[in-house]
Design a protein around this ligand. Structure first.
Ligand SMILES: *Cc1c(COP(=O)(O)O)cnc(C)c1O
Length: 427
């Protein structure tokens, strides 16, 4: 699939960039592909440097819920750029943006803007520790919360895709302050609280897991986390970097009706520019400097281009029927793919929440990281290559989500289903 210009750039990239990429899964190694180099995107489509066109179901790994180069977002960024790209001083757009987040996401009373999801989760943990005066953090196996030291413990997609168990360079003292437990398992959390009484600062969770492939919270799991955290004086952090503005306008906390103490947001909120946020209850957020003693800063935080893009995206997402449309397109693609895999008799087990889903190539059920890992990744790789050959660009890993966006109309859904039919014929 990879043509001359992409192959040439790929060779040059590997000379000057580790592995040729600036984020590991882009290398497509897990599906035995050389990555096409992308030149442009519009709506649901991207084009590579050799002129091949693909129907994109990655959407820059989540941010592009409106599709590529949405004209209103492009205009907003252009208008902002003409007035200056960064001031390192307060701007009106930051206030408008923060007010909008507080209005739309149920648990937010105050937010701090940062530049990446990694920075948001890292800062939320520091705040949780500063607020509670405790050191331990609980996360769940297969959940990814960015690449900060304390969160690279059993961290899902990227590491799983590359088959890496743990990360050299993370001191044991830091990894040791993170307890990683099975997702969807309240009993193991209850025993962790029992054996580390008064030491756990926070429990951080992807309220719908997206980074081991999509795994839904079992009924009662999120409410159970809330209850255990309250009972033991720990903060509950929802990492909504992927679910925020995707599974509902107010994120997973709105969809499932469970409110965390702190929330991290990224991806969609920045409209494809580097912007993320963490926020929560006023009393906790007031511990952040300069209001309180927990230090966190950023030269480009609240950047004018990023807040302009983000504001426009959030405005457009408030239009009528946006989330109904996403739900319908996503269901149509998910159901259609399920029928195709079933008709061919392939082992599969799917999970979908709103505009994110995964088919695991295993009989399942998949409820956590251990069961997700029973998937046949070689079969997934064949499926991925077959789809790419037919112009359908999927996330190059079994442990990722297919992300449906508003640019995927009936024609795009049908094209993906037709390609899947043809692909499984070869199996
Ligand atoms: C992508 C992601 C992150 C990391 O965000 P970056 O902007 O890549 O640093 C954190 N948490 C979750 C749930 C994510 O999906």
């Amino acid at each position: 699939m990879t043509d001359r210009r992409s192959l040439e750039l790929w060779a040059r990239a590997q000379e000057v960039i580790p592995g040729g990429v600036n984020s590991p899964v882009r290398a497509m190694a897990a599906v035995g592909q050389n990555p096409p180099f992308i030149k442009s995107g519009r709506g649901a489509y991207i084009e590579d440097v050799d002129g091949n066109r693909y129907l994109d179901y990655v959407g820059s790994w989540g941010p592009l819920i409106l599709g590529h180069a949405h004209p209103e977002v492009v205009k907003a960024v252009q208008r902002a750029a003409e007035k200056g790209t960064s001031f390192g001083a307060p701007t009106e757009a930051e206030v408008l943006f923060a007010e909008k987040l507080v209005k739309l996401v149920p648990s937010l009373e105050m937010v701090r803007l940062v530049s990446s999801g990694t920075e948001a989760t890292m800062s939320a943990l520091r705040l949780a520790r500063g607020y509670t005066g405790r050191d331990l953090i609980v996360k769940f196996d297969g959940c990814y919360h960015g690449h900060s030291d304390g969160l690279l413990v059993s961290a899902g997609s990227g590491l799983a895709t590359l088959g890496l168990p743990a990360c050299p360079g993370v001191p044991e003292a830091i990894a040791g302050a993170t307890l990683s437990l099975p997702y969807n398992d309240l009993e193991s959390l209850a025993s962790a609280f029992a054996s580390h009484d008064g030491q756990i600062a926070a429990v951080i969770v992807e309220p719908v897991a997206g980074n081991m492939g999509v795994v839904e919270p079992k009924p009662g799991f999120l409410a159970g986390l809330r209850q255990l955290c309250d009972q033991h004086g720990a903060l509950l952090i929802f990492d909504e970097v992927i679910t925020g503005f995707r599974v509902a306008l107010g994120g997973a906390q709105e969809r499932f009706g469970v409110l965390p103490d702190l929330t991290t947001l990224g991806k969609i909120v920045g409209g494809g520019l580097p912007l993320a946020a963490y926020g929560g209850r006023r009393e906790i957020m007031q511990r952040v400097a300069p209001c309180g003693p927990v230090y966190q800063a950023g030269t480009l935080s609240g950047n004018p281009l990023a807040t302009a893009a983000g504001l426009m995206v959030l405005e457009l997402l408030q239009a009528p029927r946006v989330y109904e449309t996403l739900e319908e397109s996503s269901a149509r693609l998910y159901d259609g793919l399920g029928q195709i895999l079933a008709a061919k008799g392939l082992p599969h087990c799917g999970q979908r929440v709103g505009a994110m889903f995964t088919y695991f190539f295993t009989a399942g059920p998949v409820t956590d990281y251990a069961s997700a890992k029973t998937s046949d990744t070689a079969l997934f790789a064949r499926f991925h290559r077959g789809m790419l050959k037919r112009g359908i660009y999927l996330a190059p890993s079994q442990f990722e989500a297919t992300l449906v966006c508003l640019a995927h109309g009936p024609q795009e859904i049908d094209a993906a289903l037709a390609a899947a039919e043809e692909t499984v014929k070869e199996f």
